[in-house]
Ligand binder design. Structure first.
Ligand code: MG
Length: 260
């Protein structure tokens, strides 16, 4: 069942979404060569809990941290640890918060220092894929219209979309129906209606869309170990333009990815 959220519920989710956006801004500014992914996790925990919210991922099915940090060929669900970022890396940071009973969730990919042009292109195309996905989130459209927008944006640039991980609905649980695949067929899947809250999350790879799971049981990497980037927003389907509730003032991330 896909929930339709009331205006009261959406007001709560907007507050949570703003906290997600603020936390990602703080973390993006901390990303520098020499910083460990564990330091980023600690900063996220401190900020989120200082506002009276909870990190959605901490303890989720046993996940041991407040954020996922996925570096280079890691696609999603990387566990923060001792790894220190190096110049030229890219790091995906994914986080959710639970506030007033409702979750919101977003992810960004941030360059570490100066990155090479091909890597920057991957990051930019992944952000474009998220924009294209959100543009499809309108009443009367279907879930796989979002999926196809992601897949076609990636493939037009010679990249691939990740098969094994999907976006999702969100609300009282961090993962709700519908699943939003990163590949799909236009006109298929559940019909979108105002009040649905969705998290499209393109994960785009330089090589193929196949993934492996590392021994930690969480970290997904590209099977061919090519680079992978990831962006996500929590959005609301409305009667008109989709509303992005995890962006500062409805803004985008160009200031974050262009800090190299
Ligand atoms: Mg998500």
């Amino acid at each position: 069942m896909i929930h339709i959220r009331s205006s009261k519920e959406l007001a709560k989710m907007r507050r949570g979404g703003r906290l997600v956006a603020e936390t990602l801004q703080i973390l993006a500014k901390l990303v520098k060569p020499g910083v460990s992914t564990r330091e980023l996790d600690k900063a996220a925990y401190k900020f989120i809990t200082s506002r009276g919210a909870k990190p959605s991922f901490l303890g989720y099915r046993g996940f041991p941290a407040s954020i996922c940090t996925s570096v280079n060929c890691q696609v999603v669900h990387g566990i923060p640890g001792r790894y220190r970022l190096e110049e030229g890396d890219i790091i995906g940071i994914d986080l959710g918060v639970k506030w007033d009973g409702y979750h919101t969730d977003a992810a960004i990919t941030v360059p570490v220092g100066k990155i090479d042009p091909e890597t920057l292109k991957l990051v930019e195309v992944t952000l474009e894929a998220l924009k294209a996905a959100i543009a499809e989130a309108r009443p009367g459209k279907r879930v796989e219209d979002i999926s196809f927008a992601i897949q076609s944006t990636a493939e037009a640039e010679g990249f691939s979309a990740t098969k094994n991980f999907v976006g999702h609905g969100i609300g009282k649980k961090v993962h709700e129906e519908p699943q939003i695949p990163n590949l799909g067929t236009p006109g298929k899947g559940p019909r979108l209606k105002p009040g649905m809250v969705l998290c499209p999350e393109p994960m785009i790879n330089v090589g193929t869309g196949e993934t492996d799971l590392l021994e930690d049981g969480w970290t997904a990497v590209t099977k061919d170990r090519s680079l992978s980037a990831h962006f996500e927003h929590t959005i609301v389907v409305t009667d008109g333009e989709p509303e992005i509730i995890t962006a500062f003032d409805g803004g985008w991330y160009y200031n974050l990815i262009n800090n190299y």
